[in-house]
Design a protein around this ligand. Structure first.
Ligand SMILES: Cc1cc2nc3c(=O)[nH]c(=O)nc-3n(C[C@H](O)[C@H](O)[C@H](O)COP(=O)(O)O)c2cc1C
Length: 168
């Protein structure tokens, strides 16, 4: 049986400098846009960063985000499309689903990727918002590093039994 693409996905932190072609970037964006979202509010915006200087500036916003990659997709929650009142935080779920979709698609395309957390790190969120001139309704959620891999971590396997509970 073919190995599951989900199990093959691993965080890659070493990338070749080769640019990611536009056709593949579009595939990643399509995957992000296809993610489920609560009440189909589609709260997620995507920022595609490829310029050398911006890549460095964004990467320097966090402590664990400095690895060099030719592409960053920043996943941003847009609260102007969020659900009302106590349901508004569902944007966080939408953004998580979109992030994971992009990682899985990257793996399917032979690209490496690493999800770097931004939200809820206030300082980092402020820095990134300023660099990209985000509106006060836009919340930077994750910063996904993408490129052709220069390291190849082993695929996942197995079920962690202590985390699983069958209920009848
Ligand atoms: C919310 C979140 C935030 C993360 N932030 C970072 C990060 O800032 N830097 C980094 O190198 N990896 C980051 N990771 C990747 C995790 O370290 C990685 O997923 C975990 O070690 C499991 O390894 P795997 O992705 O290869 O399965 C993050 C992952 C998640 C889900």
């Amino acid at each position: 049986m073919n190995e599951s693409i989900v199990l093959k996905r691993r965080s890659v932190r070493k990338f070749k400098s080769t640019p990611v072609p536009r056709e593949l970037i579009d595939r990643l964006l399509e995957a992000g846009c296809a993610a489920p979202s609560a009440c189909n509010r589609r709260t997620v915006d995507f920022y595609v960063i490829t310029g050398e200087e911006k890549l460095k500036e964004i990467s320097d916003c966090g402590r664990f985000t400095k690895m060099k990659a030719p592409l960053i997709i920043l996943v941003v929650g847009n609260l102007s499309r969020a659900l009302p009142l106590q349901l508004s935080d569902y944007w966080i779920h939408d953004a998580g689903a979109a992030s994971e979709n992009i990682l899985i698609e990257a793996t399917a395309l032979g690209l490496g990727s690493c999800w770097c957390g931004v939200h809820p790190q206030k300082r980092m969120m402020q820095k990134i918002s300023a660099l990209l001139s985000l509106s006060d309704k836009q919340i930077p959620f994750s910063l996904i590093k993408i490129g052709y891999p220069d390291e190849f971590p082993e695929a996942h396997s197995g079920i962690d039994e202590k985390r699983v509970h069958f209920v009848e």
